[in-house]
Design a protein around this ligand. Structure first.
Ligand SMILES: Nc1ncnc2c1ncn2[C@@H]1O[C@H](COP(=O)(O)OP(=O)(O)O)[C@@H](O)[C@H]1O
Ligand SMILES: [Mg+2]
Length: 319
């Protein structure tokens, strides 16, 4: 839920995809963006950011995990809100965009998208007390201005999911803002629409995840308006381990922090070392890379019910 300055645009950063392809626009922490005519090509790299720093060591296929999970969710939420996705096959790209090696690099990690004017707020929904929400609650009895009952413990489920927008910081941590501040930024009508949609999307996500034994503690959506029609739509990634806190329902125990499904493993390794959590981060040893990759692949399979092997081979999200 934060954006920050490491060096995501630096080509020496780990896991860059398609270096040198035409139409390159910019890189985020994880994705590389290309312009393809009036469409946008989003390529999820294998970069991993931890404590807001992009690490020098990529996690093989992590970008494919994120893209496959987003594909699954876009399909299951399009009745609530349309999304930006137009195509996922390298064959959907104009002839000559890239060669065969480029195409196989793109397989499973690309999304050809409608371009959006990105809303200047992070659309966050929380169903449990965690992270900055827990800190806020302990201090104020509220999360981002939403008053909550007394006596909640860390990781407790909230009586109702709450909408807690934040700013999109270009540099530094995103800042939580109240609903009123969001109204000042984008107007009352749009704020109310976005809030209601975000809560509906969260409920859908939480319900499907729960069937897979996963608790959706909180998540961040990105919304935008289509450049051509002005239509409101979901953009970027959705309900992935990078944009959400997923907890294993089998070991859920309120009263303490919960291990996150996928990244905890690498976080624990980093915490045990001497790194001060500022750029640059340390190289990851092979067993930490392998363990992290296995956890991301497991998250894909738990959430989608599909085989990751098959996703890699056939580029389909299917059992
Ligand atoms: N359909 C879209 N139109 C325009 N911008 C988009 C669209 N989908 C995603 N984006 C932007 O692309 C970038 C994705 O890169 P990412 O690495 O996820 O960035 P970040 O470091 O901000 O998380 C984000 O800035 C996101 O707002
Ligand atoms: Mg992002």
């Amino acid at each position: 839920m934060t954006a920050q300055a490491t060096n995501p645009g630096d080509p020496r950063t780990a896991g860059h995809t398609l270096a040198g392809a035409g139409g390159f626009v910019r890189s985020g922490k994880v994705r590389d963006l290309f312009e393809v005519g009036d469409r946008l090509l989003l390529v999820a790299s294998d970069r991993l950011s931890a404590f807001d720093v992009v690490l020098p060591t990529p996690i093989p296929d992590k970008g494919r995990v994120l893209t496959g999970i987003s594909r699954f969710w876009f399909d299951r939420t399009s009745d609530i809100l349309p999304n930006h996705l137009l195509g996922t096959s390298p064959d959907d790209l104009p002839a000559g965009f890239t060669d065969d090696a480029g195409k196989s690099e793109l397989r499973g990690r690309m999304m050809l998208c409608r371009r959006a004017r990105v809303l200047p707020v992070e659309v966050i929904v929380r169903g449990y007390v965690a992270g900055s929400g827990w800190k806020d609650y302990r201090r104020t009895g509220a999360i981002c201005g939403t008053k909550l009952p007394d006596g909640l413990r860390e990781s407790d489920r909230l009586p109702e999911p709450i909408f807690t927008p934040s700013t999109k910081a270009e540099v530094g941590h995103d800042e939580n803002i109240g609903f009123d501040a969001m109204v000042d930024l984008v107007g009352a009508d749009l704020s109310e629409r976005v809030r209601d949609l975000a809560l509906a999307l969260y409920r859908r996500g939480a319900e499907i995840a729960q069937r897979a034994g996963i608790l959706l503690a909180d998540t961040k959506f990105e919304l935008g308006t289509a450049l051509d029609t002005g239509e409101l739509m979901l953009i970027d990634e959705i309900l992935t381990p990078d944009s959400s806190r997923f907890w294993d329902a089998a070991v859920y125990e309120p009263g303490r922090a919960q291990a996150s499904f996928d990244k905890q493993f690498v976080r624990d390794w980093l915490e045990a070392g001497s790194w001060d959590k500022t750029y640059p981060g340390p190289e990851l040893p092979a067993e930490i890379v392998a363990g992290t990759r296995a956890r991301y692949a497991a998250a894909f399979e738990r959430i989608t019910g599909a085989s990751f092997e098959r996703y890699l081979k056939e580029d389909v999200v299917a059992p």
